[in-house]
Design a protein around this ligand. Structure first.
Ligand code: ZN
Length: 242
């Protein structure tokens, strides 16, 4: 499995772009980065990703979708179909995002040309993404939104992704179900207490799950955590890590 980080900053990070992770050139985990620039810069055509998996509806995880979708339609004729997975409410969210970004006419054109399919998921749901088995986990992040983390099994690797999350029993279950996990760490010091994970939270998870390899993203500054891989924009990793 090959994982390329297209954005590894927290929402207002000054050092890195917003969240997006490309798996095997085919699956995007979140779409906060400027994808019309970052996919080509990573050597991947806008037309290559088959699916986008959204963790929650915050701008720093989703707004790049507007560029990916219409850019793909306008630059690639015919365009490859695209499937979107996201929390309950994803269909209406993507429609509103496209209406707001480019207008209703372009939204309709995009939907038709990309044969756009949106699958709405709740915690505990299993699904298949680009031929891989995956599972959604409900994450505790902000009360007013459905927030998910995911595990994807591919090439014998069980990859977890926290999205944005506080420590919770579901996050522990996600980490336990993953041999590699991409975990957020918004707060460089201390524990997150609310909304996000902090360094102490991540160190605690690492201690409680010694057989899971941690890759840290959603960073507010350039920091390191002993024993974990620190993601940075355009880092490519081949999993399993040695
Ligand atoms: Zn968020």
């Amino acid at each position: 499995m090959e994982v390329t980080f297209l954005g590894t900053g927290s929402a207002f990070s000054p050092h890195a772009y917003n969240a997006s992770i490309l798996v095997d050139r085919a699956i995007l985990l979140d779409a906060g980065a400027p994808l019309t620039v970052h996919l080509p810069k990573a050597g991947v055509s806008l037309d290559e990703p088959r699916a986008v998996v959204l963790s929650h509806f915050h701008a720093d995880h989703t707004f790049g979708l507007a560029w990916l979708i219409l850019g793909r339609v306008l630059l690639h004729e015919p365009s490859a179909p695209l499937t979107i997975f996201g929390p309950v409410g994803a269909t209406a969210y993507v429609e509103q995002l496209l209406d707001f970004a480019w207008g209703e006419k372009m939204r309709r054109l995009s939907w038709e040309r990309l044969q756009l399919t949106v699958h709405e998921l709740a915690g505990g749901d299993t699904f298949e993404v680009d031929g891989s088995r995956a599972r959604a986990f409900r994450m505790q992040h902000v009360d007013e939104l459905n927030c998910l983390g995911f595990s994807i099994e591919r090439d014998g690797v069980r990859l977890g992704y926290s999205g944005d999350a506080e420590v919770s029993p579901e996050l522990e279950a996600l980490v336990a179900a993953s041999d590699h996990v991409i975990a957020e760490m918004t707060y460089p010091e201390g524990d997150g207490a609310e909304l996000h994970l902090g360094r102490k939270d991540v160190e605690g998870l690492m201690e409680r799950h010694p057989s899971t390899r941690f890759i840290i993203t959603h960073l507010s500054s350039e920091v390191s955590v002993n024993g974990a891989v620190m993601a940075r924009d355009f880092l490519t990793l081949r999993l399993p890590l040695r």
